[in-house]
Write a protein that binds this ligand. Structure first.
Ligand SMILES: NC(=O)c1ccc[n+]([C@@H]2O[C@H](COP(=O)([O-])OP(=O)(O)OC[C@H]3O[C@@H](n4cnc5c(N)ncnc54)[C@H](OP(=O)(O)O)[C@@H]3O)[C@@H](O)[C@H]2O)c1
Length: 305
């Protein structure tokens, strides 16, 4: 098993996640989410997967169960697509009667074609606006759910303009920066909720070879997929190593995380290595700016949903 050494890391370092906890997980069919699922099952934790591809979700569950056949985890699937508002509301209805301890918002898309759905741009919706809507509704069901949002170090290459909250100007410029800005907004809103007293935390995987950079997304010219994708696979982490950061956040108590701290790999400008906790860049952690962004976003949610 290529993740055996990571199971040893877990045995040594991950001891504080209460047994019998239930984790609600989005993006569990992706590179990081499916790797992370292995660890949750290894730790006998219960998981509710929010997936848009039920067949793939079922297949992954079967594979993981087979690998850890002694595990006592209970696993279930709910159909869920951030681009389908009915599926979000339906999932919330089902979740009303479930006990949830953690929600890991791990879905995300990168560099996809600009496309408008229900007034908003697709990447803006999937990476930021719909997760924020869902999280607000989930916290209304139970304010004690611990929420973990997956950000990205790409936020640090961006320059956010408070007068461009819809990112209408930014989306037409650089694609990586646009992706980074959708994560910037998700991260700012997470800190806003955290400052309001909710337990909302931030994590990122560094750089990992997953479906995020898949050819089917047609983000780059063909040559990119011939030369760069294999290089990413060779140089950077696999989903198993990268998703250890997710476990470290779950393992940490609320009192030892400040609003402006997050979790991600230790080395190579936080793109690679075993996880650690560290401070966010000052440009994203200014409390006045966070509150200004948070209020604007609340208004967008109120006006549209
Ligand atoms: N890989 C990296 O280097 C990296 C770096 C920084 C941050 N991240 C973040 O890590 C998270 C996981 O990404 P990954 O690398 O594992 O990529 P991935 O393999 O492409 O997985 C993305 C997951 O998001 C799901 N998803 C996409 N659109 C969705 C929608 N409309 N509604 C609900 N779920 C949707 C996908 O579902 P399907 O299987 O149905 O497509 C998949 O399960 C993302 O938030 C990403 O931005 C990744």
């Amino acid at each position: 098993m290529k993740y055996n050494k990571y199971l040893k890391y877990i045995d040594k370092n991950i001891k504080n996640i209460p047994s019998n906890s239930t984790i609600l997980l989005s993006g569990g069919t992706g590179g990081l989410g499916s790797s992370f699922l292995h660890y949750l099952v290894y730790l006998n934790l219960n998981v509710i997967l929010l997936v848009r591809n039920l067949d793939l979700g079922n297949k992954i569950i079967e594979e993981v169960k087979k690998k850890f056949n002694g595990s006592t985890s209970k696993l279930e699937l709910i159909y869920f697509d951030y681009l389908d508002l009915d599926s979000i509301n339906n999932a919330l209805n089902i979740l009303k009667s479930k006990h949830i301890d953690y929600f890991l918002n791990n879905s995300g898309i990168y560099h996809q074609k600009i496309q408008f759905i229900d007034k908003f741009e697709k990447t803006y919706l999937v990476n930021f606006l719909r997760p924020v809507l869902f999280i607000n509704k989930l916290l209304k069901l139970n304010k004690n759910i611990i929420v973990l949002n997956v950000g990205s170090i790409s936020y640090s290459f961006t320059k956010f303009d408070i007068n461009d909250i819809y990112l209408s100007k930014a989306r037409n410029k650089n694609k990586t920066k646009y992706y980074g800005l959708t994560k910037y907004l998700l991260m700012s809103y997470s800190m806003y909720l955290n400052l309001k007293g909710y337990d909302v935390r931030l994590v990122h995987p560094g750089i990992a070879s997953t479906n995020l950079f898949a050819k089917k997304n047609k983000a780059y010219p063909k040559l990119f997929y011939i030369f760069i994708t294999p290089l990413i696979k060779l140089i950077f982490m696999n989903g198993f190593k990268a998703s250890l950061s997710y476990l470290l956040v779950l393992n940490t108590s609320k009192t030892s995380i400040k609003y402006n701290e997050w979790f991600g790999p230790k080395y190579l400008f936080h793109s690679y290595g075993y996880p650690s906790k560290y401070k966010l860049n000052k440009k994203i952690s200014n409390i006045n700016l966070i509150n200004e962004i948070g209020s604007k976003i609340d208004k967008i949610l109120e006006e549209n949903y």
